[in-house]
Design a protein around this ligand. Sequence first.
Ligand SMILES: [Zn+2]
Length: 387
Amino acid sequence: MSGKSVAMRQILRDLRSRESDMVRLLARFVRCESASHDKAGVDRFGHVVAREWRRRGAKVTLLRQVRRGNHLRTEMWLGTGRPAGQILVLGHIDTVYPRGTLSCMPFRVSGGRAWGPGTFDMKGGLVMALFAVDALRAAGLAPRKRFVFLWTSDEEVGSATSRPVIEREARKSDAALVLEPALGREGRLKTARKGTGGAEILVTGRSAHAGIDPEKGVNAVHELALQIERLMWLNNPRRGITVQTTVMGGGTVANVVPDQARAEADIRFVRLTDARALEHKLRGMRPILKGARIEVRGGVNRPPLERTPAVVALFRQAQSLAREMGLALGEAATGGASDGNFTAALGVPTLDGLGAVGDGAHSPREHVIIRALPQRAALLAGLLASL
Ligand SMILES: [Zn+2]
């Protein structure tokens, strides 16, 4: 089935008539707090999400975790005969807000927006996925591919336990759609994301009296300062490389030459080849002051989501579906990473930022624009039906 044959306007009309149902479900989702560090909370919310999917006839598998919340794998086949492949949809059920946040930041609706912790990142996206599936059913469309939705529990804390699950499922998928928030009020999709990495630099010197015999010491803070200056020169905005020393410390008291110092750096890059070169340079860092020792830890965490021709093709497909609904759809690159970086790195065409339109992620001003909920759900439905 081609994108053109999907009755986008009909789907949008149907979803618009269900806008208040979407807001009601969003309220229920937001009121069930699910901070990444709170396993009991995430599991409770996961249970609520699982129930919604089971009600729609999905096959839900609980992927149990010991320390983090359990992940959910939700499989759905709305077609006839055998599926011609698999589409992966990624979302996370955890939020950055600790339990109790609701008491000072309750869910509320005002000015055409729904406010509250996790509305935008990304409980609004979770709601959209459920309604997108409803809309496909209502329209009587038979998609060619099976859908696998992964609802993971640790995206906001680096996805350590969900990464292998995401990668396993991605390898079986023809495309990955990511329900992270859209960019800006116009709801742009994210067709490029920088990769992320980190470095920790540990310096060991030798302590001495800072006034009487400083020459007997090796100043670890001086050494670190020189190393940080070298890190600064690794920045290359034109190539999209940023290396920012974000944490530093060292020394004990004012009159002692410090024998310890450490710093942490945040590293971002557009191209994986640049990341490998950066790793090489970090590993090659040698002490500058005589007698100092340095140790460098870290490296690449999330590979970049590069704007490949396959990614552009996915975006064009989304754009043409939006156009059929009379909506403009743009694209953007971002310095932030998501789980889409993992699927993209495996060569799976990945379209990110398909979630809610709003603002204020990770802040007291977090909200979604209600009018956009049915539009985005319709867009997702169109992609699911036409890919
Ligand atoms: Zn998110």
